[in-house]
Design a protein around this ligand. Structure first.
Ligand SMILES: O=C(O)[C@H]1O[C@H](OP(=O)(O)OP(=O)(O)OC[C@H]2O[C@@H](n3ccc(=O)[nH]c3=O)[C@H](O)[C@@H]2O)[C@H](O)[C@@H](O)[C@H]1O
Length: 440
């Protein structure tokens, strides 16, 4: 601004006759004017435009950034590349068992992503993670999960699944046999606050990933996280994969349903092998702080009142809570039974596998019973505020029929809510009482 003022002042003092300069008044502006000769001006404009273009093309794809800056950032750092980085990528993805896979795990610093990555690594598969470490919930928990994985030899690349150049680079460095796609914007209620983040991650990000997967050679097989929420307002229980999924109750559910349709398209056109897993309210150690069992635990310990939803006429709200280790076994089963994609170089060569499975526990538990279990485990009475189920995306109940997953994946959940919450509470107390250093 001050420079502009200086310039207009200097302009007034410039000679009226073009080409003549009062050299004795050679001011800052005169020097600028000399630099601004047509040729120089052209050069500088070119350099300036090039810099702007480079900035935009190096950044992750444009995203519907929320207007409110206090909301989480959808942008992610893109400080990747270079020989040292490539060496880390290669070493993390190196297969160490006979017939092992090399798996790209998206959302590897997330709850399910961390557990799946660790399990794959343990059995000798090569694993490379990618995560944008967004601040939807406390990123320090994601960093702690990252540290945990690093100790097992899993490297997490910091980047966004919307960054096509990064994904292409990863496939250039490692010809992944499988992609375990778990990166997503989760949570049903947050969708009313920040709808753009669901479109960004669950739709745009998924399409971007599939675009890259369909063009690489060989194409990987893809297993990805859908959700029990696709059953929406259905009343027939238990939910079966054959049931309708056209009445979602939240934008989250709608984006997961959209993902299933998008999967169909990429399977149909490009021969990508795709398996969707409908997770039912997954819980356990290293879980997500935005989920009820997690923040109920925190608030019961703090003596804060917890809101417990009930349906109309004091109707029970219940979930088919599923323990993380059971989910991990389901994910591995899906990877192990995934057939190869049939396309190459963006062209389909034959029909490819397309599947969707429920991964639930088959025994729904009312939310009030969940609170009862937590009270016993924490030896603390909860301050309950029973309130009407808000119309914010929640459904009244979920209940999985898992016979298809049982048959095809050998999926068999073995952990009941009492046993699973016991493990969660032990982890929670350990993690939050020891300066977040605990590892279990
Ligand atoms: O299966 C899924 O696909 C989804 O599971 C999870 O959603 P939900 O099953 O809704 O879990 P969660 O929020 O923990 O609420 C649990 C129960 O507590 C009730 N609930 C919730 C909040 C509250 O304040 N009070 C309350 O009673 C609430 O009404 C509900 O009955 C994942 O978050 C989601 O990302 C997705 O993966």
């Amino acid at each position: 601004m001050s420079q502009l003022k200086q310039m207009s002042h200097a302009d007034n003092s410039a000679p009226s006759t073009p080409g003549k300069f009062k050299m004795e008044k050679a001011s800052y502006f005169n020097r600028v004017r000399w630099h601004a000769s047509p040729a120089k001006l052209c050069l500088w404009s070119f350099v300036f435009s090039a810099a702007i273009l480079i900035f935009f093309f190096r950044s992750p794809a444009s995203s519907p950034l929320p207007a409110d800056p206090s909301r989480r950032s959808l942008r992610s750092p893109s400080n990747w590349g270079g020989p040292v980085w490539e060496k880390r990528v290669r070493s993390s993805a190196r297969v160490r068992s006979r017939n092992g896979f090399s798996v790209l795990v998206t959302g590897a610093a997330g709850f399910v992503g961390t557990h799946v990555s660790a399990a794959l690594k343990r059995r000798g598969d090569g694993v490379l993670g990618i995560d944008n470490f967004n601040d939807y919930y406390d990123p320090s928990l994601k960093r702690a999960r990252q540290a945990l994985l690093e100790r097992t030899g899993v490297f997490i690349v910091e980047g966004d699944i919307n960054d096509a150049a990064l994904l292409r680079k990863l496939f250039e460095v490692v010809p992944f046999t499988h992609v375990m796609h778990l990166a997503a914007q989760a949570g049903v209620r947050y969708a009313m606050e920040n709808p753009g983040s669901y479109v960004h991650s669950n739709i745009a990000g998924f399409v971007n990933l599939l675009e890259v997967c369909k063009s690489v050679n060989p194409q990987p097989s893809i297993v990805w996280a859908s959700s029990s929420s696709v059953y929406g307002l259905n009343t027939k229980v238990p939910f079966s994969e054959r049931d309708r999924t056209d009445q979602p109750a939240s934008l989250y559910a709608a984006t997961k349903k959209a993902g299933e349709e998008i999967a169909h398209t990429y399977n149909h056109i490009y021969g990508l092998s795709l398996t969707g897993l409908r997770f039912f309210t997954v819980y356990g150690p290293w879980g997500r702080p935005d989920m009820a069992y997690f923040f109920f635990t925190r608030d019961i310990l703090k003596g804060k009142t917890i809101p417990i939803f009930e349906a109309a006429n004091h109707g029970t709200v219940a979930r088919d809570f599923t323990y993380i280790d059971d989910i991990v076994r389901g994910c591995l089963g899906a990877l192990d039974t995934a057939e190869k994609s049939t396309g190459s170089g963006g062209k389909k060569r034959g029909p490819a596998q397309l599947r969707v499975f429920n991964l639930g526990n088959t025994s729904p538990v009312p939310v009030s019973d969940l609170v009862g279990i937590l009270e016993r485990l924490l030896k603390t009475k909860a301050k309950r505020n029973i309130m009407k189920l808000p119309r914010n995306g929640d459904v009244q109940f979920t209940h999985a029929n898992i016979s298809y997953a049982q048959r095809e994946l050998g999926y068999k959940p073995v952990t009941d809510l009492q046993a699973g919450l016991k493990k969660f509470v032990r982890w929670y107390l350990n993690y939050y009482s020891s300066g977040k250093k605990a590892v279990e």
